[in-house]
Design a protein around this ligand. Structure first.
Ligand SMILES: Nc1ncnc2c1ncn2[C@@H]1O[C@H](COP(=O)(O)OP(=O)(O)OP(=O)(O)O)[C@@H](O)[C@H]1O
Ligand SMILES: [Mg+2]
Length: 255
């Protein structure tokens, strides 16, 4: 006669014998695998939900002449607008050694060729794909902040942002700060640049390039709000903020 098998730890329908039943181990491993799969896919699922949710976005371009006040305005907007961030064109300059010199011996910094525009565009596309994740990765948002019906604002600032067609086409709102030649020259002379401006750089290169780039910009786009950078700082900042605030309210009012 065969001995009776120990059945206390066995699963129903399981014919295995003993405490370390193989079926139980397989089930535990399957559970573990399922749990890992859940964890791995959770981020992708959250990203998918964000990409297909009611999330709204607004891309604001802040362009203008050198020392027109682009960075001042952008920082102010970023501080005032919830879920906003800045991408600054100044941070995409190519290395000094690859920037060519013109016939007058001036480094040609004021052209799109002096900038890593493809890298800048990648950053903008990255934000557009998932603004929430973009902010989270840069520590600009709480990890578990709600994403439902949120509105995200990207501020892109720089002196040639409207001259690059693919970037220009992405803007919902465009602002351009202008100041006259003498004020611009004075403000620039008070700044310290790295590398520093060589003698006559402003008159011999910076200002003529500004005139040329501005003409090109006006051919590419006409939907720009020009701002008088001579007006008191507070007035300029408040006017632009109010404009954007109204646009945000309009977008949030849409279902
Ligand atoms: N409306 C304003 N009135 C007076 N001064 C201003 C105004 N806006 C900015 N400034 C001053 O002008 C200088 C240049 O400002 P800012 O750095 O914002 O200009 P920018 O356009 O970003 O310059 P850059 O081309 O070098 O990046 C700063 O000293 C700033 O405080
Ligand atoms: Mg600046």
């Amino acid at each position: 006669m065969r001995p009776r098998a120990e059945t206390s730890d066995r699963e129903e329908g399981c014919t295995c014998v003993g405490k370390q039943c193989g079926c139980l181990l397989v089930k535990r491993e399957l559970l573990l695998l399922f749990f890992c799969y859940f964890l791995i896919t959770r981020d992708s699922r959250q990203q998918f939900c964000r990409e297909h949710s009611q999330m709204k976005t607004l891309i604001v371009g802040v362009g203008g002449v050198t020392n027109g006040g682009k960075s001042t305005l952008s920082q102010f907007l970023h501080q005032k607008i919830h879920n906003s961030c800045i991408i600054a064109q100044d941070t995409y300059f190519k290395d000094d050694c690859v920037v060519p010199v013109d016939s007058n011996g001036f480094k040609q910094y004021d052209t799109l060729d002096a900038l890593h525009m493809e890298k800048m565009m990648k950053e903008v596309y990255c934000w557009r794909k998932d603004p929430h994740e973009f902010l989270r990765q840069r520590g600009l948002i709480a990890k578990n902040a709600s994403t439902d019906d949120e509105l995200y604002v990207l501020i892109v600032e720089g002196f040639l942002i409207f001259n690059h067609r693919p970037l220009n086409e992405m803007f919902d709102m465009r602002y351009f700060l202008e100041i006259p030649y003498d004020i611009c020259k004075k403000r620039r002379s008070m700044r310290v640049y790295a590398p520093p401006d060589p003698p006559n750089y402003f008159d011999g290169y910076v200002w003529p390039m500004y005139i040329q780039n501005r003409k090109e910009m006006e051919i590419i786009t006409s939907e720009i709000v020009f701002l008088d950078g001579l007006k008191p700082k507070d007035e300029v900042l408040a006017a632009v903020y109010e404009d954007i605030r109204q646009e945000i309210a309009r977008l949030q009012g849409q279902s």
